[in-house]
Ligand binder design. Structure first.
Ligand code: SF4
Length: 257
């Protein structure tokens, strides 16, 4: 099956393009420094010069291989297991630079983060990780709950009385159907606490692009599929989510439901 199913799908190009721009920027900077040194504008001993050149060349080579592997993986719709660590390293090291490159090129940060989540989802899905439902955790943002609801679902989602005024009841039922753990977090600290307590092997996180990208970066090594929430009432207030996208993400980890 092709790697499809998220509304973030079409956004991958922005992030991959910015990864490449970031790498080219580093290469340009290194080239400029090399030129200054080679022309004796900056005096550096021969041994030190060779050492620096070798280290920089290795780092650039690794980052370059990582980016090429990501592009190849997207084209082939299949992971390259032997290059997964290099892909992850290139992704993590170049992430801050992509934000900078995007800013210079006039691309909105929100678009870049959305694209980052899309690439992450692609990388995760291509690994074909299948785990029992009880080892999967769904993390929900508190703003999905109807603002007038008096029930404390952050303590326990089972406190939801299923009145139907927000999607919490549907997500609770979906979690029961797939036998997965589901938690409502008020922020990154609580989300981290839930992960430390429950030790899931895979996470499905629902949030805005900003929280999703920082959560994905935090969870080094943990496969996280991000589902973007909808904000018809503005940020962090009575937000919504496409249930179909959540179920697609669930089916990615829990094969066959
Ligand atoms: S569905 Fe549950 S969480 Fe949402 S408003 Fe009703 S009782 Fe509250």
């Amino acid at each position: 099956m092709g790697i499809r199913g998220y509304n973030l799908e079409t956004k991958k190009r922005i992030y991959v393009g910015l990864l490449a721009v970031s790498l080219l920027s580093i290469m340009f900077l290194v080239g400029a420094i090399w030129y200054l040194i080679a022309n004796r504008h900056i005096i550096v001993s021969q041994v030190l010069l060779i050492t620096i050149a070798v280290v920089v060349a290795i780092i650039l080579l690794i980052l370059g291989i990582g980016i090429i592997a990501i592009i190849l993986m997207i084209i082939r719709s299949r992971s390259i297991p032997s290059l997964e660590n290099i892909m992850q390293l290139a992704n993590e090291l170049l992430f801050p630079l992509t934000i900078w490159a995007g800013k210079v090129m006039g691309i909105e940060k929100e678009q870049i983060l959305k694209s980052f989540v899309s690439v992450n989802n692609y990388l995760v899905k291509s690994k074909e990780i299948f785990v029992p439902g009880k080892e999967v955790m769904i993390l929900l943002p508190h703003c999905l709950q109807n603002s007038e609801c008096p029930h404390k679902i952050t303590v326990d989602i089972n406190n939801c009385k299923e009145c139907g005024k927000c999607k919490i009841c549907d997500l609770k039922k979906m979690a029961e159907k797939y036998n997965v753990t589901i938690k409502v977090a008020t922020g990154g600290t609580l989300a981290r606490k839930y992960i430390e307590e429950n030790h899931p092997r895979a996470v499905i996180a629902i949030a805005c692009e900003r929280d999703l990208s920082s959560g994905i970066q935090d969870a080094t090594g943990m496969p996280v599929l991000g589902v973007l929430n909808c904000r018809p009432n503005g940020p962090c207030f009575n937000t919504d989510v496409n249930l179909e996208q959540v179920e697609t993400a669930l089916k990615t980890f829990c094969k066959g439901g």
